[in-house]
Design a protein around this ligand. Sequence first.
Ligand code: G
Ligand code: G
Ligand code: MN
Ligand code: NA
Length: 242
Amino acid sequence: ETRRERVRAVIEAGAIEMAYQPIYSVADGRLKAFEALARFPSEPRRAPDAWFAEAAEVGLGEDLEFLAVERALSGFASLDPALKLTVNLSPAQIASPRFAAAFEGAPLERTVIELTEHAGVASYDVLREALTPLRARGLRLAIDDVGAGHSTFRHVLDLSPEFIKLDMSLIRGIDRDTARRALAESITSYGRRIGCEVVAEGVETPAEFAALRDIGVTRAQGFLLGRPMPIEEAARLPETAT
Ligand code: G
Ligand code: G
Ligand code: MN
Ligand code: NA
């Protein structure tokens, strides 16, 4: 079985499931959104991003990513109408002819696309052109993994996102590590200055959470607050973190 056949088999069987991780307001602990994350039940030990990277390498990135988007958006049917849903997409797919169609019918004013650093970024002109009509209808943009890679700041500069997501590597130990704290603090004040909401991901301890609140981060996500979970569970989650 070739790598391509393995990915194709998953796509043809529709063999992915979505897990939904809660995102909370730091100030009052209220549930704000869920991030949809793909899971591959046929090989649960293999990391999801490895599947997406392999799909891209064998020319099936578009098929796999849009399958995940379709599944992710089906979660809207179960969620409280006050909640947003974020979906991950690589920049290459924003430039795809299938992009706009994939979001047709979705409540765009509740939809956020998370964009991360990726090889093969189409020109920013192309990305902006594809995003503009959907953003005019309420779709919002988050730049993921900021503080980890190099090009995520370029995404922020050239795509004017509504959200910046601080990479988990900055959050880990932020209560004890001066360098991490200073960088997260700088990015947060930068975000405030340019009108971006700053979201921390990968928050695992109460001490990390407290440090983020002191810094002025407004939203948080991580195992401390809630793991990625099936939609049935997500739909039953209390509206305030305990
Ligand atoms: O699920 P996990 O926590 O391991 O996700 C790790 C990474 O895998 C994410 O940050 C993202 O880059 C990628 N990923 C997970 N789900 C999706 C998805 O639905 N679509 C895309 N394009 N990437 C995803
Ligand atoms: O889209 P992105 O690459 O940011 O995906 C987030 C990844 O981080 C997912 O794979 C998710 O399962 C994982 N994750 C979410 N919260 C935590 C956390 O608190 N700790 C760790 N180690 N991983 C987390
Ligand atoms: Mn993400
Ligand atoms: Na991330």
